[in-house]
Design a protein around this ligand. Sequence first.
Ligand SMILES: *Cc1c(COP(=O)(O)O)cnc(C)c1O
Length: 359
Amino acid sequence: MKYDIKINKTTAPKARPEDESKLGFGRIFTDHMFLMDYNTEEGWHDARIVPFGPLPIHPASTVLHYGAEVFEGMKAYRAADGSIQLFRPMENVKRLNKSAERLCLPELDEEGCLDIIKTIVELEKDWVPHSEGTSLYIRPYLFGNDPHLGVHAVKNATFAIICCPVGAYYAEGLNPVKIAIESEDVRAVRGGTGYAKCGGNYAASLRAGERAERNGYTQVLWLDGVDRKYIEEVGAMNVMFKISGKIITPALTGSVLPGITRKSCVELLKDWGYEVEERLFSVDELFDALENGTLEEAWGTGTAAVVSPIGNLFYQGKEYTVSDNKIGELTQKLYDNLTGIQWGKVEDTHGWIEPVCNG
Ligand SMILES: *Cc1c(COP(=O)(O)O)cnc(C)c1O
C-alpha cells in the first residue's frame, strides 16, 4: 500500500554547499522534510513533503515527557553514473516497525514507508553529494504526540524524515580508534529497549560517552547490564573480533541493536569462507586472546562509519593495543567491499541495492 503524498515545494531553495570536504555530519539539511500524522480514528494520514522548518509541538507532547521516539539512519549514495541508490532500505523499514512495536508506537505499512523514503530522496536528489565517500544521510523518526500527560500507549503520533548531505566519515583514511571499556554505566538490558533504535537508549549512553571522550577515547565498549561481563556493542556500532582466524560477534540477545551493517558483514564473511560465531563473548575471553596474541583484528560496524577499526582498548587502568594500532587486512576488505557495493563500484550479488532515480 502506498501513502498518498502531497508535495508542497519550497519557493526559496537554499544554496547547496559548494565545498563537499566540509560537509561534516548532521548540520546541513536539505530543502524539504516529510511529515505524516497518526491518530487512532484515522490511522496514518496527511502524508506530505513540505519546506524544511521547525515543528510546532504541544508542550505536553508524549515525546517530550516520556521519550516515546524511535528512529532510523540510512544513506542514499551517488553511483559513478550519477544515479542514486539505497542500501537494503527494507531492512531499515522493518527495524523501524520493530522498534515502534516495543515502544507501543503505531507501525507503518512497509511498502508505503519505502515509497515515502524513495519519494523524498528523489525530490532532494540534487542534494546527494558527488565526492568520494559522501552521501545523503536519511533520518526517519516516529514519535508519540498526545497533547496530555497521562501515561499509556499513544493515540497520536508523527512520522517525519529529514535528510543531510554528509561528508566522508574518514577524512584522513580508515584510522583505528581508541576504545574505553565501560564498567559502570550500561546502555541497555535484556527485556529493555536495547534492540529498538530509540532515542532513550542514546540518552542513557551519553554520560559514559562524554567520560570516555574526556579521557581521550573515541567510543565506549558496552558490557551487558546484568553481569557486566559480556561484550555488547561499541558506541553506536556493533562489534566484531577476529581470533585465531575465526570471527566472533555478540549474539542478538535483546540488548544489542540488530545492525544492518553487522548482518551484511556476517553474510560477506560467510561468503568468503570464514567461520562466524554469534554468541556470548566475555571481556575475559577478549583479554585472554589479547594476552596470548590470538586477537588478530577488532572493528565496529554501522551505517555512519561502515567499518571502524579498533586500535586500542582501555579497561580497569590498563591499555592494550590491537593489530599494532593498524587497520587489519580483513577490516579493510570488509570496508572496501561494503562501500564498493554502496557506491556501485563492486557488483551487488546479494540484491542489496535499491535504485531510486537517475542523477
Ligand atoms: C544504528 C545502530 C547500530 C548500527 O546499525 P546499522 O544498521 O548497521 O547502522 C548499532 N548500534 C546501535 C546502538 C545503533 O543505534
